[in-house]
Each structure stands twice: as C-alpha cells, then as structure tokens.
Design a protein around this ligand. Structure first.
Ligand code: HEC
Length: 136
C-alpha cells in the first residue's frame, strides 16, 4: 500500500488560505464599520479630536489607545494582532459590541456617529458566523 505523503507545512497553508478568505470578507463588509467606530483606539488611523489639546485629556486619550491595542489591534487587518486566538477575538468583539461596552460610552458621547447601528451589528455578526464556518 502506498503511503500518502503530506507536504510539510500543508496544515499551515490551509489555515493561511482560510485567514485570507476571512480577511477578504472582513475588508469588504466589516472594516468600514470598525474604521468608523473602533480605529481611533484600536487602529493606526487615529483622528485626534479638537479636545485632545485640553490639558489632561491628551493623557486620557493616549492611555485609551495604548490600553486598547494591548488587547486588540485592528491595524493589520485579519487575523488581528492579539494575545488571543481568532475564535476568542470573535467572541470578545461580539460580546463587547452587543453589550454596548465597545466603543466605550465616553467615546460615543463625543463621537455620535460611532454608535453601532442595528444593521452594522448584523453585518458584523454575519461575518463572524461565516468566519467560524470557514475555520471549522
Ligand atoms: C475610545 C477608545 C476605544 C474605542 C473607540 C474602541 N475601543 Fe475597544 N477597547 C478600548 C480599551 C481602552 C480597551 C481595553 C480595556 C477595556 O477592556 O476597557 C478595549 C478593549 C476591547 C476589547 C477586549 C475586551 C476584552 O474583554 O478583552 C475588544 C474585543 C474591543 N475593545 C473591541 C472594540 C470594537 C469592536 C470597537 C468598535 C466597535 C472598539 N473596541 C472601540 C478602547 C476603545
């Protein structure tokens, strides 16, 4: 009987292909939402608000950005820079967006349009669902 020889690294290649597929969907459907509501802290395209200049505020915002990126950094697209696995990231994203803890209230107050609409939430949930399927 002939033995099937798997090329070295094939499992990794398979996973990489899956990530590429997920990232394509991310860029098309979810990235614009994250750009609007998350990137000021979790990305590298911070639009500093006018009140950044107010004494004390600069430190608060800098701290927010530093802290947020320790958890999750969206600036290199998917898979996100994180201490967690992509599956754990999905869980945390879904949870924090649904319970309204992300984007934080203090941020939403100053950036009215950062609030996640029902439609946007559906888009994010759809992407996460599809991504989980792909990773199965
Ligand atoms: C004003 C800055 C700010 C914005 C905007 C923001 N975040 Fe965060 N985020 C933080 C900070 C700070 C932390 C780390 C501390 C904490 O959990 O509050 C964090 C942590 C997280 C975590 C990790 C929580 C955990 O349980 O480990 C997730 C997931 C997350 N954010 C998702 C998002 C998503 C998705 C958006 C956009 C819809 C967003 N954040 C917008 C500041 C922000």
């Amino acid at each position: 009987m002939k033995k099937e020889v798997k090329p070295v690294g094939s499992a990794n290649d398979e996973l990489k292909q899956k990530y590429i597929q997920i990232n394509k969907l991310y860029i098309k459907t979810v990235k614009p939402i994250f750009k609007k509501s998350c990137f000021d802290c979790h990305g590298n395209t911070t639009n500093y608000p006018w009140y950044y200049k107010i004494p004390g505020v600069k430190q608060l915002i800098d701290h927010d950005i530093e802290e947020s990126k320790k958890h999750l950094d969206f600036s290199k697209d998917f898979p996100f820079v994180s201490h967690e696995t992509p599956l754990k990231d999905f869980e945390a994203i879904e949870k924090t967006m649904k319970d309204g803890s992300m984007p934080p209230l203090r941020y939403r107050i100053m950036h009215g349009d950062s609030k996640i609409t029902e439609d946007e939430m559906k888009q994010v949930e759809k992407w996460i669902k599809e991504s989980r399927e792909i990773l199965k």
